[in-house]
Design a protein around this ligand. Structure first.
Ligand code: NDP
Length: 627
């Protein structure tokens, strides 16, 4: 028979995610809903058609007993609460009744029904707001509480009561002390949704500013979809224990705001307006003091798995099952998913200037630059470091073969993680290979050059290494890194700091790969009349050069006249120069190799029969692959 779960707070954010998770796990799910015509119930039914509804209210003991008797649940998740901290100041008594006393009523309902033979497991949604003015950092399950709001006080009451029912009545009752978790289903009054919705409205021309309180407040934002799995796991344990749950990483509201505006291609400073009235009340002391970045390794997040509440792994029977839990970067997920929901939602609102609705085409958010996206993702994904072409781009190199618009952010991450819009490489980088540049966590120039040589197609890799060499990366150090890989050493050996442009680097690689002798770069030629010319690539012994007619310098009529004059002077000095047009590389590299090979032979190069065989083989292969 399917296990049966009863969820209070089914119409809330966590209730909906938990119901989805339990339904997917084969549960029969019941949701406790209050009120006669609660509009959120019909919304919930649309989203979760398989959830059955039982009427009840946390303010009403009898209704809870009836609900438990009717549903006969195996598990009860008490998520119902007045959950918005500022509101708990405005309706402190109601908060105490629902958020605090509601726990007592639910526990009593279970106790009464359990005494008739049922064995019901109980989860209480406790909150990190109970820590309030923190007494120690990091906080854990034994950290004392000093709540700083009626909400925090009510949660602390519910928390201790849950522990008491466990200890005194032997009930399987546990409490999850959860740090903030967000999603597109989060109420619009919470700051993540307020920001996300505000940005969408500004983007669509529906608003011109976003009013916010304290931008320096720091929060640990996880993703609600992950946190409900932790709730479920806690009730599957062999022994009932309480856990602190968070990502272990805090962000300031300012970071949240910056990220949201960057993602929309907007400058936040033009739109965000400070509003003192939105600061949390400071009743009788300073506002809630928050732990610093990475300061509290919440049991789950920082250690990558759920640990025993009593301090050692061995203390928890089902630790193996628990360790399956790992939070994803919540700020990022919450922002990304909220963004599209809020854009769509805002696009249906009438314009403030009375010009009807926003045009649907504008509902999508513009592409942010690759640099901005790299900034956003490395800030939001724990341990993520911009690498490869993205890193080269951050260092200011000409590294992309296409426009940066659709270019994925290439990230090196320590653990597997799915990040939409990014190409993720799981690797542990030594700290010496990581730095910060232009506010992006990024691989150092040397490491970026090395990785590009190792992982990219050779022409691209060499083109990037060439540019790094010109910026001072030590070629010998790169070669020393490449022990054990002949192919990589060959790639690195092909690099040359003399290359004037990435396409010129490509041309050099194509010629060498084609089996021709390696050309010299930036060859100095003394012309008559004391003039000097520099040839991009060539073989001084055979007075033959190849020059790439790039888009950058050879387009205007004046450029072409100058090129013709210069080449005539070079011819007069005995040099033959083969121009290579930009549309030939890549795609027709084989033609270039053939032309240059013949020219070299005409100029006196005498290839061995082995070299000829090699060149012909390369040409055949290159024509097949459209090099
Ligand atoms: P929401 O505010 O989204 O949901 C609150 C739920 O409580 C709603 O379904 C609401 O139902 C219900 N509720 C309110 N009053 C009553 C009542 N008198 N009787 C029965 N149900 C009632 O909260 P979340 O989903 O975000 O959070 C779930 C729980 O986790 C809450 O207890 C919250 O305090 C706690 N928590 C949340 C965190 C977070 O970051 N999200 C962090 C830590 C703890 P209705 O539709 O009838 O109003």
């Amino acid at each position: 028979m399917a296990r049966r779960a009863l969820i209070t707070g089914i119409t809330g954010q966590d209730g909906s995610y938990l119901a989805e998770h339990l339904l997917a796990s084969g549960y029969e799910v019941w949701g406790l809903a209050r009120g006669q015509a609660n509009p959120r119930v019909s919304r919930m039914r649309k989203l979760l058609a398989d959830v059955q509804v039982v009427r009840g209210d946390l303010l009403d003991q009898g209704s809870l007993i009836s609900a438990v008797e009717k549903v006969q649940p195996d598990e009860v998740y008490n998520l119902g609460a007045i959950s918005f901290v500022p509101m708990s100041w405005e309706q402190a008594e109601l908060t105490a009744e629902v958020t605090g006393m509601g726990v007592l009523r639910m526990l009593e309902a279970i106790r009464v029904c359990s005494s008739r033979g049922a064995s019901i497991r109980f989860y209480q949604a406790s909150s990190s707001e109970m820590f309030g003015q923190v007494s120690e950092t990091p906080q854990n399950e034994r950290t004392s509480f000093h709540p700083r709001s009626p909400y925090g006080v009510a949660k602390a009451y519910g928390h201790f009561l849950t522990q008491n029912y466990r200890e005194s009545y032997g009930m399987f009752a546990v409490s999850g002390i959860l740090f903030n978790h967000e999603s597109p289903r989060r109420g619009a009054e919470f700051v993540t949704r307020k920001v996300s919705l505000g940005v969408a409205r500004i983007k669509l021309g529906l608003a011109s500013e976003l009013k916010l309180g304290n931008l320096e407040a720091r929060r640990d934002w996880g993703f609600a979809g992950d946190y409900v799995r932790a709730m479920h796991l806690m009730l599957q344990a062999d022994t009932p224990e309480d856990y602190v749950i968070g990502t272990g990483r805090t962000h300031s509201v300012r970071e949240l705001v910056e990220a949201a505006f960057v993602a929309a291609g907007l400058d936040w400073e033009q739109y965000v307006v400070g509003d003192q009235s939105l600061h949390r009340p400071r009743r009788g002391g300073p506002a809630v003091r928050r732990p610093q970045e990475g300061a509290y390794p919440a049991r789950l997040g920082a250690h990558g798995g759920l640990r025993g509440a009593r301090g050692d792994d061995g203390g928890v029977g089902p630790a193996a099952a628990h360790r399956r839990w790992r939070p994803r970067p919540g700020l990022l997920l919450a922002l990304r998913s909220s963004r599209s929901v809020d854009s769509a939602r805002a696009s249906t609102e009438p314009r403030s200037d009375g010009r009807g609705r926003a045009p649907p085409g504008q509902a999508g958010l513009v592409h942010a630059s690759l640099l901005d996206r790299a900034r956003l993702f490395t800030a939001a994904v724990p341990g993520a470091i911009a690498c490869l072409r993205t890193a080269a781009h951050v260092w200011g190199l000409n590294a992309l073969s296409e426009s940066e618009d659709g270019w994925p952010v290439e990230l090196a991450v320590p653990h597997p993680v799915e990040v939409p819009g990014c190409a993720v490489h799981v690797t542990a980088l030594p700290s010496a290979d990581v730095t910060r540049h232009r506010s992006v966590r990024v691989t150092t120039p040397e490491r970026t050059a090395f990785d590009c040589a190792r992982r990219l197609p050779r022409p691209e890799g060499v083109a990037i290494v060439d540019q790094f060499l010109r910026r001072g990366v030590d070629h010998d150090r790169l070669l020393r890194r490449a022990t054990g890989s002949r192919g990589l050493r060959e790639t690195l050996a092909m690099a040359d700091r003399g290359a004037a442009s990435p396409r010129e680097s490509w041309l050099r690689v194509i010629l060498v790969e084609g089996g021709l002798p390696r050309p010299a770069t930036q060859i100095r030629v003394d012309l008559p009349g004391g003039r000097l010319a520099y040839l991009d690539l060539g073989w001084p012994a055979f007075l033959l050069a190849v020059e790439y007619d790039g888009h950058e310098h050879h387009t205007s009529a004046a450029d072409r006249r100058r090129d013709l004059g210069r080449r005539a002077a070079l011819r007069a000095a005995g040099w033959r120069v083969i121009p290579v047009r930009r549309d030939v590389i890549p795609g027709r590299g084989a033609d270039v190799v053939e032309q240059v090979a013949n020219a070299l032979i005409e100029c006196g190069w005498q290839p061995t029969s082995g070299q000829v065989t090699r060149i012909l083989g390369r040409l055949r292969a290159a024509r097949r692959r459209r090099w």
